[in-house]
Design a protein around this ligand. Sequence first.
Ligand code: F6P
Length: 360
Amino acid sequence: MKKRIGILTAGGDCPGLNATIRGVAKACYETFGNDNIEIVGIQDGFSGLINNQSTIMQPNDFSGILTQGGTIFGTKRTPFKLMQVIGDDNVDKVKSMKDTYKKLKLDCLLTLGGNGTHKTANLLSQEGLNIIGLPKTIDNDIWGTDVTFGFHTAVDIATEVIDRLHTTAHSHSRIMVVEIMGNKAGWLTLYSGIAGGADIVIIPEIPFDGNKIVEAAVKRADSGKSFSIIAVAEGAFDVEEAKMKKKDRLKKRLEAGETTATNRIASIIMSETGIDTRVVVPGHMLRGGSPSAYDRVLATKFGCHAAKLIEQEKYGVGVAMINKIVSENPLAEIAGKTKLITPDHQLVQTARNIGTAFGD
Ligand code: F6P
């Protein structure tokens, strides 16, 4: 009997999605033979599954996409918290997804995505669908895997941003405050901060004290360094904000006319030190373009492992790198958990050992 595999990409895109899709497809065609397997591409993540928007793929469709950024299937954010809520459109999303799965006669569904995607994947698995999750995100914050695909490409891009800021910061004797993506987790900021030699690294896992950041910047200036680079994670917050719930923190910022921690840090430094300071936000550039060689290899390994799981009919799992071995975790064990940096993490210690300040 011909196997039918559905694949979708959900949440924010990242480099390596296509490389993973290709890895799955090529390994499936090798394992089962071209005539014994059919791959169905679901458009725009879970939205395509809800609305039954899909395309039957041909083996050739997976050629030439290894190096392509983005996702050939398109992606969309369909928040997990709304999945079981019936909105104005009266659509029961979970039922619709199950109906589409049945209509398409799928044997299993592969969901490529981050934490939100894994939560919906787990929900569908508990509803009886055969699901395999694959860990995608530049944030590297999926529980149960050492690494996610897309992360190292983003580290490379963020590092290049910091490298380029070094030369202009040096020329102008400025402080450059660069905001790196990462709302809950600071992995991307920490890795690129170390790789790019940032002087101060601010991450959500270590709430900052504005005065300590100023102290570190002044100390560096006093030691004769004419410029500084500060890498700030998008989701960073200070010690006062750390005591608040996220929604209260955002409300407080709105009332104070503040936008991000990055802007606040820059203005504290300017007003306290008088040093010319600029903010740089590379934003979605960190997610664009071709995957790095590392991510192409990782994506291929993850894709091949998913094909092996399909062969074994092992479902309800998320592919993962566990102690350098490609393996899998039960979705029920990882969904809803976030992998954060512990303040005593070896990499934090490494940065501290070379004099990097964390604003604490
Ligand atoms: O989850 C990946 C990520 O790039 C985060 O680092 C960032 O906070 C968020 O997505 C941005 O989301 P959007 O693409 O919806 O603006």
